[in-house]
Design a protein around this ligand. Structure first.
Ligand SMILES: C[S@@+](CC[C@H](N)C(=O)[O-])C[C@H]1O[C@@H](n2cnc3c(N)ncnc32)[C@H](O)[C@@H]1O
Length: 241
């Protein structure tokens, strides 16, 4: 378990120290993509496609992929809308350095903190993210920043893990989350702690309904979500103005 977890009764509380989160993603950058494919049995590629389709990006629009990591979502944006301008932003430079290799030159890579974005207000036609939100230290602040940089009428779409609801498969899901994923992380990435962090942050994150409520509070309208992968992953969306 990582040293910055603070556990309490009921929902697990995790104090997310941005320096430690950034360092952790820096450590696993080289193996990150391979582990993603293994943990999701390749389904993450399908979910990213769905995110991009739901983002309704204008053909020559400007898109922000926040928490881009190795840029898989930014790449999907370019495949779907080749004339688009994509800014791929993250605060872990090693993730972007690994991701840049072999990616189209049209993607602009940018160091940025999701809590204080270095972009003018209303500067993107769409803001998308994959597996970012449960990592940020102050979710409401990050969502407000994403809302600020989105143009009025623009679409916001996010993909992330979500706490599974009680169901018959729950014991198997919990086993996969708490044992299989950390074991894969240990064997493939040589970093079991980083892959304990994934189930811990998933179980401590807002439910899909709570996240939708927070999106409305921040100002988004037409908010909705759908669940994938036996209810362990959710895609949320909303529109500004
Ligand atoms: C789980 S990875 C997701 C990468 C990629 N979006 C994907 O779909 O696979 C989470 C990424 O969010 C980034 N991240 C976490 N907190 C951040 C913050 N406050 N500002 C910018 N990036 C952040 C991490 O550095 C990491 O690259």
């Amino acid at each position: 378990m990582l040293p910055f977890y603070g556990l309490s009764m009921g929902r697990i509380e995790i104090e997310k120290n941005p320096l430690l989160v950034r360092a952790m993603f820096g450590r696993i950058a080289l193996r990150y993509d391979r582990l993603n494919r293994m943990m999701t049995l390749g389904q993450d590629l399908r979910w990213r496609k769905e995110v991009v389709q739901r983002a309704a990006i204008p053909s020559s629009g400007r898109v922000l992929d926040l928490g881009t990591g190795t840029g898989d979502l930014a790449l999907e944006v370019v495949r779907y809308t080749p004339a688009v301008q994509v800014v791929a932003a993250d605060f872990a430079l090693p993730m972007m350095q690994v991701g840049r290799r072999g990616k189209p030159a049209i993607i602009r890579w940018c160091a940025a903190d999701a809590l204080s974005l270095p972009f003018p207000s209303e500067s993107f036609d769409a803001v998308v993210s994959g597996f970012l939100l449960r990592n940020v230290a102050d979710l409401e602040r990050s969502l407000s920043e994403q809302y600020r940089v989105l143009r009025t009428g623009g679409k916001w779409v996010s993909l992330d893990t979500t706490p599974p609801r009680p169901n018959l498969l729950l014991p198997f899901i919990m086993f996969h989350l708490n044992f299989v994923i950390p074991a894969l992380g240990r064997w493939i990435a040589g970093d079991g702690a980083a892959y304990h962090y994934l189930p811990q942050t998933t179980q401590s994150f807002l439910s899909a309904e709570e996240l939708a409520e927070l999106l409305r509070k921040v100002g988004f309208c037409q908010v909705g979500f759908c669940r994938r992968m036996f209810g362990t992953v959710a895609i949320h969306w909303g529109r500004k103005g």
